[in-house]
Design a protein around this ligand. Sequence first.
Ligand SMILES: Nc1ncnc2c1ncn2[C@@H]1O[C@H](COP(=O)(O)OP(=O)(O)OP(=O)(O)O)[C@@H](O)[C@H]1O
Ligand SMILES: [Mg+2]
Length: 420
Amino acid sequence: MVTNSSQEVAQLKASLREMAMVGERADPLVFGGRENIIEDVMQFARRLPPTGPRGNTVVIDGPPGAGKTALICEIARRLSREGASPILQLEPPSRQEVADIYAQLAAALAGAPLEAGRTTTRREAGLAFRPGGIGAVASKDETVAPPSIESPLAVDNLRAGKAWQSDERAVVFIDEIQNLTSNRDADECRLARALHTQDRIPVLLVCSGLSNSQDILERAGLSRIGTGNRFSLSPLAVDEALTCARSTFDLVRNMGLPGSDKAASEWAERVAYACDGWPRHLQNYFNACWTTLGSQDTPSLDSADLEAAMSLGDELREKYYADRIARTSLPIEVLAALQQEIDENQSVTDYQAISSIGYAIDALPATTKQAVRHRFSSDAACFDKMLAVGIVSLDDRKRCVSPIPTLGEFILAEYAAGKR
Ligand SMILES: Nc1ncnc2c1ncn2[C@@H]1O[C@H](COP(=O)(O)OP(=O)(O)OP(=O)(O)O)[C@@H](O)[C@H]1O
Ligand SMILES: [Mg+2]
């Protein structure tokens, strides 16, 4: 489609600017790759209790920006398409959100209206969904105590023995699971345990978070999560990033951005190779493209400065890394020491990582060292912080690795620049 009128051009420029501004969103314009993981999780979601296995909780983990949230949103979309009921919780649930999740399960699996799980409810709803069928006595307009749908068993009871149909399936997703409270008695931990161990209703729990997610779930009492149930997100393969970039430029051309097939292909290739397959960077380079194109008098892939877009993408990427480094609140010397250790050995144990951090802190000038010791209770706490901001991550064998090669290079370059 060719945009001619000045109104169309103005509209296109506004859309490009808007696209650049919402670049941090979890839902990309085009979702790329991850097909094997999606298929595996969909398979888990097809074999559920009471006939399928229980305890099949799925853990999707990876460093910040790996695409965990985007992936669970994509799986939820596909589950919806095949008639299952995804329930998406973007952070560990509060007490009220736990009640809401049970209400959604009751609605999806037992036909209950969603109000059933609210804290106060009208008498009719309360009566209708009290599992034992015995409701509170209340006059017509009063609110009554919430119905006690607070376990998979209660959801099952609502069905009164009705047999399960194949499309009656629910998947509860909980993102940012690394933030789950360490209080095992809290409602959010009880919910996770109940969904993990239950064998009454067709529900699957899928948790996503940083690379320590499985440990966090084990701490909450979810035992024996199989290795086949853990999916650690690595970068997208080159062809996945390329397909995603091509489709994204095609989509934007369909929205009115002029450009030949040849130019679109060239822009897509440059973006796909520059991003190292890392979803966060893929979006950084897209943002740089939308910004560069949006600042043209008449945006077009044929005439816009691809090199300028790429160097803006490089800048955004470095800004992202600098931000990650700043978030550790640790001196670059400490990050570089661990990075060097990883470079020499490819991966290190957490014990090695923590001692390398300890040596590096000891070698700092006295006042800096004192500040770090004051800020962090231990070398292990420094390591936890580095994991939490994604400066390092844990691989399948729980060994400490660098999540992105260019991040490691950036840390070492910053360190070298500081010494000069
Ligand atoms: N498979 C993908 N294809 C295309 N873009 C993706 C993909 N996965 C993620 N993205 C994009 O990459 C960026 C980072 O993704 P997302 O927010 O899902 O990462 P995350 O792992 O959840 O990060 P965090 O740990 O910070 O929450 C987002 O802008 C998202 O749109
Ligand atoms: Mg996320």
